[in-house]
Design a protein around this ligand. Structure first.
Ligand SMILES: Nc1ncnc2c1ncn2[C@@H]1O[C@H](COP(=O)(O)OP(=O)(O)OP(=O)(O)O)[C@@H](O)[C@H]1O
Ligand SMILES: [Mg+2]
Length: 403
């Protein structure tokens, strides 16, 4: 390892902090750049020493470690946190998932366990590095987001197709695909967004964009279609996302054929880093083809039993269509406590881990949809935006992890 991993501690004075200090002091590749039991000091130290990882204790001078972690992530949604707890139970993992904590370790700590956790978290966050956001409330949107230098190795250059899907309507597929695309584009990734909900076409409204050309005319150009011609059918959103909209008039939807969209995907794959697909709430030939071509299928569930039932059906239909289950990732949207269903129940019912939890934030989600401004563009500190950042980070890690 060429550079040492910089670690900071926000922990209560005591034997756990002492043991972390001792373990790190004898670990060559890791350096402790600061330690404190005060949140204000921790935030200062993070600014000053830009640690790669902060280790947070379960309770720090009477303050809940999860709330402290949340505050750190309010400042930088991508700051990797390792959480150390004295007892582990379902709530610990749920809270960690909710806040976006990378790993939870149980005290007392084993040196190898702590070291490998730090190395693992650091490696994952480096892969997601292009998403680093530098918070500056005064700066304009363009200036706020400073993408890191684009990695050029072969592994990173391959396009990833990510679809949002669920056969239940209104669960947040369009919300997630538009906000995810904007987040990835803001991070410096060349990102395309395809609206395959061709009879509904909500992406245009959700992003407040109008088509430049009738996508239903694509068929006339299909023989000579190249990327330049294809991009003339797409609309550039201010975030940089290139959007392929659904036809403006519903009667034009039937002009969109399977082989057109197949060609569109093949062309985009040559040049784009991420292709996000907003699917409709039903299976049709084009959506099925897109799902089969996808590297990741985000199954969007909400906190109700009907949604879980429909996801179960979706999984079995996809499996019957020979779509690999490991491509399917569960996203729990509109998350809210106290509705008789927990994250744990969702995972148990679907026999699948929840990849990301996106909280219910009615006013913001609906008003951003009504204004046509994805909330990650305007309300970056909102809980719902943080949910999308966590999802984007998972996607980048998954993409980087794939050979
Ligand atoms: N996390 C959230 N919190 C609160 N409201 C949300 C959230 N996510 C989405 N919504 C709202 O739910 C409604 C449906 O969202 P959206 O259109 O994204 O769902 P969809 O799955 O694409 O629907 P359709 O099946 O009709 O295409 C919208 O009003 C949206 O603002
Ligand atoms: Mg939709």
């Amino acid at each position: 390892m060429d550079e040492k991993i910089k670690v900071m501690l926000l922990m209560e004075e005591g034997y756990i902090r002492d043991s972390v200090r001792v373990i790190l002091s004898v670990t060559e590749d890791i350096v402790l750049v600061g330690e404190t039991d005060n949140l204000g000091t921790a935030l200062e130290l993070i600014k000053k020493f830009t640690p790669d990882i902060t280790i947070v204790g379960e309770e720090v001078r009477g303050n809940d470690g999860f709330a402290l972690s949340q505050r750190i992530m309010d400042e930088d949604p991508f700051h990797p946190i390792i959480f150390i707890a004295t007892r582990l139970n379902v709530d610990t993992y749920k809270n960690a998932l909710y806040v976006g904590i990378k790993e939870v370790l149980k005290a007392p700590l084993y040196p190898d366990e702590l070291k490998s956790s730090i190395v693992r978290v650091h490696k994952a966050s480096k892969k997601a590095g292009r998403l680093t956001v530098h918070m500056d409330a005064e700066a304009s949107l363009e200036n706020e987001v400073k993408p890191d230098i684009k990695e050029t190795d072969e592994e990173e250059s391959r396009a990833r197709i990510i679809s949002t899907f669920s056969i239940k309507g209104g669960v947040g597929k369009t919300t997630i695909s538009t906000n995810l695309a904007v987040t990835l584009a803001q991070g410096g990734n060349k990102t395309a967004l395809l609206d395959l909900d061709i009879y509904s076409g909500d992406v245009a409204l959700a992003m407040n964009i109008i088509p430049r050309r009738r996508v239903s005319d694509l068929g006339n150009d299909i023989q000579r279609l190249d990327l330049d011609l294809l991009e003339s059918y797409m609309v550039r959103h201010p975030s940089g996302v290139m959007v392929f909209l659904a036809p403006f008039n519903i009667e034009h939807a039937d002009y969109i054929k399977l082989d057109h969209i197949e060609k569109v995907l093949d062309l985009l794959k040559q040049e784009y880093d991420y292709i996000i697909i907003d699917c409709p709430s039903y299976f049709y030939d084009i959506a099925m083809m897109a799902l089969k071509k996808s590297d990741v299928i985000l199954l969007v569930a909400t906190m109700d039993i009907l949604s879980l039932k429909s996801i179960k059906n979706t999984i079995s239909v996809l499996e019957n269509a020979k779509v690999a289950k490991n491509k399917m990732k569960l996203v729990l949207n509109k998350y809210i406590r106290g509705v008789g269903l927990t994250v744990n129940d969702v995972e148990a019912t679907l026999s699948m881990p929840v990849t990301t939890v996106i909280p219910l934030e009615n006013q913001l989600a609906i008003s951003s949809m009504n204004q046509g401004i994805p909330f990650v563009a305007g309300m970056r500190r909102a809980k719902v935006s943080r949910g999308i950042y966590n999802l984007a980070r998972e996607i980048l890690v998954m993409a980087g992890g794939k050979a």
